[in-house]
Design a binder for this molecule. Structure first.
Ligand SMILES: [Mg+2]
Length: 347
């Protein structure tokens, strides 16, 4: 994959570190008013006036968080930005700037990094964030990407994990489990390819779930929509590790129990059919699959009419009393304790 791009391979040593940064970032434009000074000085200068500043960092490591045998570098650049913006939106904030740092081994030619930065540039453009800094260095093993996302919010609109109140409604955006099932399809095709390199996989029936894995979108629209609907989430988190683990975070931080209803979990039909094909339980996939980058939040019950019938939102449960624990209420109405892995089948 790295080799077939025009067969051109410019070694990184030719450019040197400063030449490399300059080359990779020269086409990035500044569009945010809050960016006073971007790339090109010792540090970035930002000005958020009377707003609060929100910052989040993630580190992605080759072989741990991504596999370049089926993840095109352009997609990887895009996804690395999405993963971070999602954390800013999970504070009910607006993402405004990012910094990107990479460590690369010399097996990557310049053309590969250009692909990576093309994905980063697309993400910046689509999500209206400025690239304002970063670092490049060499790595002996694989590729590492660290993105820091910066955002702003009115103090009154910020949503923390700890703010849920008893008997709040638990709401999720979009649908769950697709990214994980997309990964299953890609892993299967990788194995088929190993046996028969001439095989041409037909991914068309899986396009939605594969796209959710390779090109996830962070929910930039949700903080804006909540503002428009005048809904203030009492607590919020993004779904990066699976619904179950995020519910446990909200439950623990807010000191409340949470009941999740199995029959309310939103699943795309293609996720259900892929689960049948792979003989997997769709509830377990939604609970522990992860990488959906949807948002999970709680609202006061009084706010329900404002989100009722909105296709972006599904009420999946509610908070209970102080330290009552987090449970899945199954389709046959049994109460099963949630664990970070989905549920505790031994309970
Ligand atoms: Mg998060």
């Amino acid at each position: 994959m790295l080799e077939n791009k025009d067969q051109e391979r410019t070694s990184l040593e030719k450019l040197g570190e400063f030449g490399l940064i300059e080359h990779l970032t020269k086409d990035f434009k500044i569009s945010r008013k809050s960016t006073i000074k971007g790339i090109g000085d010792d540090a970035t200068v930002l000005d958020f006036k009377d707003k609060k500043t929100v910052i989040s960092t993630d580190l992605l490591i080759e072989g741990v968080h991504f596999d370049l045998s089926y993840m095109p570098l352009k997609h990887l650049g895009y996804k690395a930005v999405m993963v971070n913006l999602s954390d800013i939106y999970a504070m009910n904030a607006t993402a405004t700037q990012i910094t990107v740092s990479i460590a690369v081994s010399n097996r990557f030619p310049l053309e590969a990094l250009e692909e990576l930065y093309a994905g980063i540039a697309t993400a910046c453009k689509m999500y209206n964030v400025d690239l304002v800094g970063g670092d490049t260095t060499s790595s002996k093993t694989g590729l590492l990407i660290s993105v820091t996302a910066i955002g702003e919010a009115e103090e009154s609109s910020l949503a923390y994990r700890s703010g849920a109140k008893p008997n709040d409604l638990l709401v999720v955006t979009g649908d769950l489990g697709a990214a994980y099932m997309g990964l299953q399809v890609l892993e299967r095709e990788k194995e088929v390819f190993k046996v028969n390199p001439n095989s041409q996989p037909d991914l068309e029936p899986y396009s939605y779930i594969v796209e959710r894995q390779l090109k996830p979108e962070a929910r930039k629209d949700i903080p804006d929509l909540l503002k428009k609907l005048k809904v203030h989430p009492t607590s919020m988190i993004d779904i990066s590790d699976g619904l179950s683990s995020e519910i446990l975070h909200l439950s623990k931080s807010s000191g409340l129990g949470i009941d999740l209803y199995e029959d309310k979990i939103p699943l795309d039909p293609t996720v259900i059919s892929a689960c049948e094909e792979f003989k997997m339980d769709s509830t377990l996939v939604a609970l522990s699959g992860g990488e959906d980058y949807e948002l999970l939040f709680t609202i006061d019950q009084k706010e329900f009419p404002k989100i009722k019938g909105n296709p972006n939102f599904t009420v999946v449960g509610h908070t209970t009393g102080e330290n009552e624990g987090a449970f899945l209420i199954s389709r046959n109405n049994t109460k099963i304790p949630l664990t970070a892995q989905g549920w505790n089948s031994f309970a």
